[in-house]
Write a protein that binds this ligand. Structure first.
Ligand code: SAH
Length: 373
């Protein structure tokens, strides 16, 4: 796996920056200035960090250091206001990041009046927004219903490349601090827990540098059990979501081969033991596949499975794509499935697909160059 140049500044924490400052024989407070310059979103080159003396900026450039912000190579805009960004990294590898704005009640183009209002407001006006970031180029997990799986895994993203996606989108959307209306989900391309060190470093930089509170972040895993345990031990961490998609081992192993390594027994135990904060819940995502995992019996099985966990469930009707053999269930089936879970006492929500028309929805990120419908 190729990694980005070790002369990249974005991704360095305060401690690493202080080594650099020492090397340059600059006073130690320069590391804080450098840190703020890198993560405050107001700059995209060292030259622009105006708090630093000109000589120091020059020294940094002479040493061959680069800022390292991903470049927005292409942008696709959905009728519902969602924007899919194709980002180019320093080694020309490409990844995707998604921007999802929402109005008060609805989202642009969802058919509601509130949604229509968002659309009218030229896509610049939004009440809340979620950024969906990638953690790897491609993915190694091979879930049978996901388009990213078809790419295989190209490489891990560095902490700087993960943070850089957020900064690039915030810049492009003209978002200025405070960032209290922005949520972040680690649900783009890749399995964050197979790139754990870089992912968790990125979380810290996003909290300390970019200013997004940890409570506004969620990480989703296909079920890498040892890393669920690690996350529970972190001082600073996002909320946890687990992609479930089946309530029994036979079916789950077929749909998500990772289940052969860490089965439902191990997964649910890890979820039960996960130290939750006050009022926090674990989210289980369940992708509904027509005729495969969407019957009443399946719903009851899931309710039974998560009984001992402080959980909520997000149902996602399959987003279709080329090379995926599964089908999307009817709306009525989704509603009935939800109803059974709710009756069983499990808070259950149906996730509206965002940006399906531009291949930006869950499981559709595959670096599509043209917006094919
Ligand atoms: N690899 C991590 C992070 C990605 S999150 C994980 O799997 O959790 C992406 C979410 O989209 C996952 O919950 C996944 O189950 C879901 N998903 C994958 N393919 C999908 C598809 N075709 N339609 C709808 N959801 C899908």
């Amino acid at each position: 796996m190729k990694s980005p140049s070790d002369k990249t500044l974005l991704g360095l924490d305060i401690q690493e920056l202080s080594h650099l400052v020492e090397q340059a024989e600059e006073p130690s407070y320069r590391s804080r200035q450098l840190f703020e310059g890198l993560y405050s979103r107001r700059t995209e080159s060292v030259e622009q960090i105006s708090t630093l003396p000109q000589e120091f900026r020059q020294w940094i450039a002479e040493q061959g250091f680069v800022f390292g912000l991903p470049e927005i190579a292409q942008k696709f805009i959905s009728s519902d206001g969602t924007v899919r960004y194709l980002m180019r990294l320093q080694d020309s590898e490409t990844i995707e990041t998604v921007w999802m704005p929402e109005g008060d009640e609805g989202e642009a183009g969802d058919g509601s009046e509130a949604g229509a209002e968002v659309l009218k407001q030229t896509g610049r006006e939004w009440k809340r927004a979620t950024i969906c970031v990638s953690s790897q180029a491609g993915c190694a997990v091979n879930c049978q219903f996901c388009l990213t799986a078809l790419l295989g895994v190209k490489r891990n993203l560095s902490a700087g490349e993960i943070v850089g996606q957020v900064i690039a989108v915030l810049k492009d959307q003209d978002v200025t601090p405070p960032l209290e209306r922005v949520n972040l989900v680690f649900m783009g391309m890749g399995e964050p827990f197979l790139n754990y060190e870089n992912f968790i470093k990125a979380v810290r930089l996003l909290v300390e540098g970019v200013g997004i509170p940890e409570a506004r972040m969620t990480v989703s895993t296909a079920g890498i059990v040892p890393r669920i345990e690690d996350l529970g031990n972190e001082k600073v961490r996002p909320k946890l979501a687990i992609s479930l998609t089946a309530g029994n081992n036979e079916l789950r192993s077929r749909l998500m081969p990772i289940n052969r390594k860490w089965d439902l027994n191990k997964l649910i135990t890890a979820a039960q033991e996960f130290p939750l904060r006050n009022r926090e819940k674990i989210t289980f995502e369940y992708v509904l596949l027509r005729g495969v995992n969407d019957s009443d019996r399946h719903a009851r099985e899931v309710a039974e499975l998560v009984r001992g966990v402080k959980a909520k469930i997000n149902l996602i009707a399959l987003n279709p794509g080329p090379g995926i053999d599964y089908k999307t269930p009817e709306e009525k089936r989704v509603k009935d499935f939800q109803e059974i879970l709710i009756r069983a006492g499990v808070p259950t929500f149906v996730r509206r697909p965002r940006g399906r028309d531009i291949y930006a929805a869950c499981g559709q990120l595959k670096r599509t160059l043209e917006a094919t419908a």
